[in-house]
Design a protein around this ligand. Structure first.
Ligand code: AR6
Length: 167
């Protein structure tokens, strides 16, 4: 049994133990969901990010959520889409490592944006399939750990894709 909630809206308005940020290697902010998260969390988020010394593609690092409704932000860095097989593996790693970070921090709810599908150019359908499968596989491997996982679509196209895949 898989259990992934599909939701639509602005992730910066959502309450959870953690929201995931689709960041870049610097972890020092940017546009898209990253810019929105930093704007809503306030300047202390950037201060904490500056202590993390960046993040490799596919890895994930945790901070507090500061002024966000979410208690924490898990920053991960998706691949810039090139069409290589390694792009898929890096995107899988983003979801898997973010879930591992959440579990290690004893968090019980996490909301993901559609990592890499904006500025980083990953095709939305492939990215949605990878997100769904990777989360499902992680849940199977971590059956005894209870965590609510949601995929947050911003645009209608992504929302429809998630709904189709989850159906
Ligand atoms: N809530 C939920 N989803 C959102 C929001 C929001 N407020 N805003 C955008 N999205 P992107 P990437 C969706 O470009 O492709 C940044 O500059 C958006 O519709 O934010 O991983 C970073 O610093 C899309 O579906 O992230 C990096 O340099 C998804 O979030 C780079 O962009 C991801 O789009 C990362 O690119």
């Amino acid at each position: 049994m898989t259990n992934i909630k599909i939701i639509q809206g602005d992730i910066t308005k959502m309450k959870a133990d953690a929201i995931v940020n689709a960041a870049n290697n610097s972890l020092l902010g940017g546009g898209g969901v990253d810019g929105a998260i930093h704007a809503a969390a306030g300047p202390h988020l950037l201060e904490e990010c500056m202590t993390l010394h960046g993040c490799h593609t596919g890895d994930a690092k945790i901070t507090l959520g500061y002024d966000l409704p979410a208690k924490h932000v898990i920053h991960t860095v998706g691949p810039v889409y090139s069409g290589a097989r390694s792009d898929d593996e890096m995107l899988e790693a983003c979801y898997r490592n973010s879930l591992d970070v959440a579990k290690n921090a004893d968090l019980h709810s996490i909301i993901f944006p559609a990592i890499s599908t904006g500025a980083f150019g990953f095709p939305a359908k492939m990215a949605a399939q990878i997100a769904y499968k990777t989360i499902t596989d992680w849940q199977k491997k971590n059956k005894t750990y209870k965590i609510q996982v949601a995929l947050c679509a911003y645009d209608d196209k992504t929302y429809q894709l998630y709904k189709q895949i989850a159906a």
